[in-house]
Design a protein around this ligand. Structure first.
Ligand code: NAP
Length: 271
């Protein structure tokens, strides 16, 4: 049996085991995926130990994604984003970041094109970094708006190496949203337990807007409820989680996993 795992701290909340094990089971693969609580100081031992034990691959989550850059051989994208969420042991120890691809696939899965679109990314943390890099690289005109505007500006300076990007605070969100095709909440606002939080309300939206909230707990966030009132298209955070996992699965096994099975496993676990 081949072992896989996700490392993080805390880790008990992770949906990755249920998602990947559902895919391994559906494909009748002799593989098993588990969650491991690992402190940042032990990350190097954990990654190298997993490699020595013959693991098929690892995912990394908070607070380990950035620290892993100094331990693995990162891809150009992981280096640009500044974080690793997938470790592969086939050629040495390589580090990938599949979060941006997950976000892109969550959009294209719904028939939403990215090239030439005005995308407003709320947030400048780890997830926002991955999304902004990926969508700018895919030809979107990206605006990054963050509570701490200096972080948005710093991220925009980095993303400018791959595409068109500007930075903003939250002061002019009304005006920005009027010119936006795709609004992506990549902040933790609206996440359980503070589920009544939203940075944008229905009166600031328009019906042609796509509102994508990467927060998946709760599934229907306050932002998505506001988007429904405005008649906007809504996308919840589940498919980004599923597609970042599917991309990792492909890196490890060379096999495209059944995303419908993975989605069902995640939605069942969340409900
Ligand atoms: P992070 O690195 O800690 O970044 C948090 C971001 O949220 C920062 O931009 C921060 O702004 C902003 N923020 C936090 N509280 C705020 C508030 N009260 N008002 C305005 N802005 C606020 O977190 P992350 O790893 O990027 O994750 C962000 C969210 O995405 C989490 O809910 C996570 O669960 C979710 N996520 C989902 C997926 C998926 O696959 N669907 C993947 C990754 C993450 P400042 O810079 O001003 O502090």
């Amino acid at each position: 049996m081949k072992l896989f795992g996700v490392l993080g701290d805390p880790i008990s909340h992770s949906l990755s085991p249920v998602m990947h094990n559902a895919a391994f089971c559906a494909l009748d693969m002799d593989c098993s995926y588990h969650a491991f609580r690992v402190k940042p100081d032990n990350l190097e031992y954990a990654i190298k130990g997993a490699g020595a034990l013959g693991f098929g691959g690892l995912n990394l989550t908070i607070p380990l994604k950035e620290k892993a850059l100094g331990i693995v051989e990162p891809t150009e994208m992981a280096k640009s984003i500044g974080a690793v969420n997938t470790v592969d042991f086939k050629n040495g120890i390589s580090g990938h970041n599949t979060d941006g691809i997950g976000a892109r696939m969550a959009l294209t899965d719904r028939g939403i094109g990215i090239g030439g679109k005005n995308v407003l990314v709320l947030g400048a943390g780890g997830a926002a970094r991955a999304i902004a890099f990926q969508l700018a690289k895919d030809g979107a005109r990206v605006t990054i708006a963050n509570r701490t505007v200096e972080r948005a500006q710093a991220l925009a300076r980095d993303v400018a190496a791959v595409g068109e990007v500007t930075a903003s605070g939250f002061g002019a969100l009304d005006k920005l949203i009027r010119q936006t095709d795709i609004l992506i909440n990549s902040t933790s606002v609206g996440m359980s337990p503070d589920i009544s939080g939203t940075l944008v309300t229905s009166d600031m939206m328009h019906p042609d807007l796509v509102v994508f909230d990467i927060v998946y707990n709760p599934l229907k966030t306050c932002l998505l409820m506001e988007a429904e009132i405005a008649g906007a298209t809504t996308i919840d955070g589940v498919m980004m989680l599923v597609y970042q996992g599917a991309e990792a699965f492909k890196i490890w096994t060379g096999v495209s996993p059944p995303v419908d099975v993975m989605e069902k496993a995640v939605r069942d676990a969340l409900s």
